[in-house]
Ligand binder design. Structure first.
Ligand code: PDD
Length: 288
């Protein structure tokens, strides 16, 4: 299989795509990233992902080396140059570039732009029925979780701790025990009849799947609240996570608390999302 990557203006075999060891992404995690789903050739909310990427880059003072529009075209080209892929995720990373190691970057560094394409295996029916187990952990990340930074060490440690405790995801909680988000997912609860998720502020990433879920829920008459919520709150019936790679998965346990999974609201939202994805896929089936 000839996997093709993109590095600073060139498409090349993945195995030949090398980064300088003084790239600031490697030495300081000085960069931002995106993960975008491509369903049989149609990108899911490409504009929103690019918008978030440019916002993240701007927030840390990096000017991406190409325009948003051009980057979108390059992502499409990368998908087409990997014909073994049907559903894929395109990973995009922009770092501040290469300088001899110094905390203060020199003004003249040229940002590094990297893209890779991987098979997207959406969770199947069995995985949806099984759901996830989650643990809670005191949030130990920085104050700007809205920036999609490549500095993911806490998220890696959180996921390792979840694994150690027999779970698949760790949920970050604030000082008051409110659930913020997961290591690589946003979290929704159903409390009473209402779909609840933490507001989009500096403590969580503004997930593109989160945004799509909220939109679909509102369109289909599910009542929605963006507010802080607690895993021991009275009336908590269902919980689910959303992300580009999982789309939506039910949560069957938070720490020791068991939940009905998948509950009725989770099933309804999941069905709405799957319909939406199928309609995108139908738009442009890759020639076999
Ligand atoms: N992660 N919150 C965090 C901390 C995330 O890392 C992610 C996604 C999300 C969900 O965002 P979206 O719906 O836009 O994918 C929320 C990606 C998939 C990753 O790191 O691989």
């Amino acid at each position: 299989m000839n996997e093709i990557a993109f590095l600073n203006g060139a498409f090349l075999p993945l195995a030949d795509a090398r980064i300088h060891i003084e790239d600031r992404g490697f030495q300081f995690a000085d960069g931002v990233y995106e993960v975008i789903a491509c369903l049989g050739g149609t990108f899911l909310d490409m504009e929103l992902h690019l918008e978030r990427l440019y916002q993240s880059a701007g927030a840390i003072g990096i000017s991406p080396p190409v325009s948003k529009r051009r980057l979108g075209e390059l992502a499409q080209q990368l998908y087409l140059r990997n014909p073994h892929l049907q559903d894929a995720t395109i990973y995009i990373q922009i770092t501040r570039g290469i300088t001899s190691r110094s905390h203060l970057p020199t003004a003249s560094t040229r940002p590094t732009l990297v893209m890779t394409a991987r098979r997207l295996e959406l969770p199947d029916e069995a995985a949806f029925k099984r759901g996830l187990r989650a643990i809670t952990m005191r949030d130990m990340r920085w104050q700007r979780c809205d920036i999609k930074s490549i500095a993911l060490l806490p998220n890696v440690l959180g996921r390792m701790e979840a694994r150690r405790k027999g779970a698949e995801e760790a949920f970050w909680v604030d000082d008051n025990g409110h659930i913020l988000e997961g290591c690589s997912s946003n979290v929704f609860a159903v409390i009473g009849q209402t779909l609840v998720t933490h507001p989009q502020d500096h403590h969580v990433l503004g997930g593109i799947t989160r945004h799509l879920c909220l939109k679909l829920a509102k369109q289909h008459g599910i009542s929605v609240q963006e507010r802080a919520w607690h895993p021991r709150e009275a009336g908590l019936k269902e919980c689910m996570v959303t992300s580009t790679s999982w789309i939506l998965l039910p949560v069957r346990r938070i720490d020791e608390r068991r939940l009905r999974a998948p509950g009725p609201v989770t099933q309804q939202l999941h069905a709405l999302l799957m319909q939406h994805l199928s309609s995108l896929r139908r738009k442009k089936d890759r020639p076999a």
